[in-house]
Design a protein around this ligand. Sequence first.
Ligand code: TRP
Length: 343
Amino acid sequence: MNNNQKLVSLTGDRPTGPLHIGHLIGSLIKRVEIQDTHRSFVMIADSQAYSDHIRNRDKVSKSILQVLSDYISVGIDPNKTTIFLQSAIPEIQELSFYFNQLTTVSRLERIPTVRKEIFEKFTSPDVYNSDIPRNIPAGFLTYAVSQSADILSFNADIAPVGKDQLPIIEFTNEIASTFNKITGKDVFKKCEGVLSSNETLMGIDGKSKMSKTLCNTIDLNSSNDEISKKVKQMYTDPKHLRISDPGEIYGNMVFSYLDFFYKDKVHLQELKEHYKRGGLGDMTVKKILIETLIEYFSPIQKRRKDIDQDKLISILKSGTEVAREVAAKKVKEAKESLGLILF
Ligand code: TRP
C-alpha cells in the first residue's frame, strides 16, 4: 500500500522534559505499531508547550531533542514516521485562528482535560469545582483549539493518545463538523481517538498518575541504576512490615508494574498469592521487577546509544518540511472554503 492509500495518524507531545513509562504505555507503544500500517505523523508540540512554559523556554528548547531521542529509542522510526516541529508550521496557528471563532469560552472551560490542568497548574487542586480563574493565560484556555488545528490540518483519521486527551479529540470533531456546516463543504473529516491500552500506570508513589513535577516517574532514558533506585522507592503495602505478614496487592505499585511488564502470568499469580499469604518480602518482589524492567529497557537503551546526535536536527528538519507541505495544502483548502481571498 502506498502512503496515499493509508489512513493518517497524528499525535504528539509537549516537549517539557524527558518522556517516561507513562507515555510509553499511554501512547508510544501504539505509535510504534501503527507506523507500519498508517501514514504516521508525530508532532513535537513546542508551541503548545509555550501555553504554560513561555517563561520557561529553556526547558522547552532543551527538551525538543530529548523527546526526539526518546521517540527513536522506543522504536519510532523516522523513515516510517514523519516527526516534526509544531512551531515551524505557521499554517497550523493560522487555522487555529479561524477555529477560535467557532467555539465559545464556556465550551472551552468545560473540556475536562483543560479544566483539570488549569486547576493543577494555576490554582490549588482543592478548588476543582469552582469557576475557572480569570487570570490564566488566554492561550492556555484555547490550546485545545490549536490542538484541533494540529489534527485537522493533517486530515488525521486517528489520533493515538492517552485517556486524558480523549475529550480534546471529541472537541476536535465538534469543530470539524461546525466548520463543515458553516462552509457547506466537507473540508474536515472525523478523527478517532485511539488508546494504546486500557491500562494506566500510576506513578511510583501510588498516589497520582506519572508526572514530571511530582518526581514519581521512571523516565525512558533511565540507566539500570536509576531504574533500580526508582523501584526501591516504590509504594507497596505500608502495613506489610515483616516478611511473614500478609500483604496487600491492590494499590501496591510493584505488582501493578509487574502486571504490565512481567510476561509469566502464571508465576506472577503465584507471587501474588504468596505475598497475600505472607512470607514474601518486598525486596524480593522488587528485585524481580528491577530485573524485568532492566530487560525491557535494554533495547531502548541500545537504540539510544546508537543515535547519531548530529543527525537529530536534520531528522526533525526534513520531517517538518514534509509535514508543512501536507498541512499547508489543507489549510489553503480551509481558507478557500471560508471565502478568504488567496493570492
Ligand atoms: N496535548 C498533547 C499532550 O500534552 C500534545 C499534543 C499536541 C497532541 N498536539 C496534539 C496530541 C495533537 C495529539 C494530537 O501530550
